[in-house]
Design a protein around this ligand. Structure first.
Ligand code: NAP
Length: 416
């Protein structure tokens, strides 16, 4: 949905308000003073169930938009409007408490919005990326979806159009330097400089034991999950600095801080991406570029089935970790939640006045990440042995034929 389709044109008188408008009288003695919003069109308006009496109906014209700035603390100015209580007066056939009333006044939340800003999202054709671009496009962002496959890009645009959303695509293989440069060149032409924000989302799992993943596969993972995002950060920074700021969101993983056997390269790549992000945040602060890291737990996307494919490809019958990890991933895949919380968090990173350096998303990740940090490695190793079925001793590895992974023979005495 474009900004125009959400709130049709014909700016209301309030839209023309000066950046520092005089404070009009408060609507009621008990209410905080009402201030004119600097530019209501700079932000998509939505209502929050907690505060609104009635949701805004799409297609209605906003006649007047006022902000109870005082209710949300001191007035905040700048490119991103404040989050606060708003009074919205709307005109339209279906806007009143009763259908047909010509005007209605209600309270909602002014959601800090994009102001039509551009954002490049990598790996937008599947999983998180797809949900992220739909969410941002729906919130009025000028979304440029990075896709390495033209057909998938066309399908994405068609799906978006089916939902009433508009987005543009660029062909982008993050593992290829020439493709990154070309994509950013196209973005610069589309946006007149470069994207205001970059979301490094593209990633691959490359599951398998360290002993079985060869250099080529390991290099491919690092290209997609680490070097590609780092390269894109490097390439977008000059344009962001020239515009006085921007946002970078890197999507890492809870497994970056909970290294998981049979997925060592994935954990290593994400761990490195996290470290890189934390350094970049400090290095880019003076350019006005805010950098955030998102560490999601497991969510329902094709990522887990890609990991299962990796395990099948590399499967070593002598390594019980393959069977047990396959069982584990299959079980996890059945009960993981949908990816919306990650898309919501990306939007927060882009719209919050002061985005947090790091967001851990998902109940399990919020539990496991701090737990893994607190527990001694000797204990987390034991837990990983138990869950993956990987034997703790050479004797345990030499199990008799037919014995299940993780099943003890009874004759073997394990040592601590
Ligand atoms: N799903 C989870 O549970 C989970 C948890 C933690 C972190 N993450 C992270 O979240 C991000 C998104 O994962 P997802 O779950 O959405 O995975 P996904 O469904 O497999 O999607 C990955 C996306 O990345 C794209 N991609 C892969 N290689 C690329 C390349 N070389 N250049 C450009 N795009 C490329 C894929 O495009 P194609 O379709 O063309 O292959 C796809 O659109 C990844 O960084 C992942 O590590 C996921």
């Amino acid at each position: 949905m474009t900004r125009g389709s959400r709130l049709p044109a014909e700016p209301a008188p309030a839209a023309a308000a000066t950046p520092e408008p005089p404070e009009p009288p408060a609507p009621a003695a008990a209410e905080p003073p009402v201030r004119e919003a600097a530019d209501p069109w700079a932000a998509p308006v939505s209502t929050d169930a907690k505060h609104s009496r009635r949701p805004l109906t799409e297609g209605l014209e906003v006649e007047q938009l006022k902000v109870y700035a005082a209710a949300a603390g001191p007035r905040r100015r700048g490119p991103l409007p404040c989050r606060g209580l708003v009074v919205v007066r709307v005109r339209g056939a279906a806007c009143g408490p009763r259908r047909g009333e010509s005007s209605w006044e209600g309270r909602g939340v002014l959601v800090a919005g994009s102001g039509g800003r551009s954002v490049l999202v990598t790996g937008a054709t599947g999983g998180f990326g797809r949900v992220i671009v739909f969410r941002l496009a729906g919130a009025g962002w000028d979304v440029i979806a990075g896709a390495r496959d033209r057909d998938k890009a066309r399908n994405l645009v068609a799906d978006a159009a089916g939902r009433g959303l508009a987005l543009r695509t660029v062909q982008l293989d993050v593992a290829c330097e020439a493709s990154c440069r070309q994509a950013l060149q196209e973005c610069a032409e589309m946006t007149g400089g470069g994207p205001w924000a970059l979301v490094n989302n593209a990633g691959i799992p490359q599951a398998g034991a360290v002993a079985d993943v060869d250099d080529e596969d390991a290099r491919r993972l690092l290209e997609v999950n680490l070097l590609g995002p780092a390269r894109l950060c490097r390439l977008v920074l000059p344009a962001m600095a020239a515009c006085g700021g921007g946002r970078i969101v890197n999507i890492s993983s809870g497994l970056g801080r909970v290294p998981w056997p049979m997925g060592a390269w994935y954990s290593a790549g994400k761990h490195a991406l996290s470290a890189l992000t934390h350094c970049l945040r400090v290095e880019a602060a003076h350019l006005g570029v805010r950098v955030s890291l998102i560490e999601p737990g497991a969510f329902a996307t094709p990522m887990l089935s890609r990991a299962l494919t990796d395990l099948n490809t590399l499967r070593d019958p002598a390594n019980p970790g393959y069977d047990s990890t396959t069982r584990l991933f299959t079980a996890v895949d059945r009960r993981v939640p949908g990816p919306e919380p990650v898309a919501r968090t990306v939007e927060t990173c882009l719209t919050a006045r002061r985005p947090r350096p790091r967001y851990v998303v998902g109940r399990e990740a919020r539990f496991l990440v701090p737990l893994h940090t607190m527990l001694p490695l000797s204990l987390t190793d034991r837990i990983k042995h138990a869950v993956t079925g990987l034997p703790r001793t050479p004797a345990a590895a030499a199990r008799p034929p037919g014995q299940q992974p993780g099943e003890r023979s009874g004759r073997v005495k394990e040592t601590a």
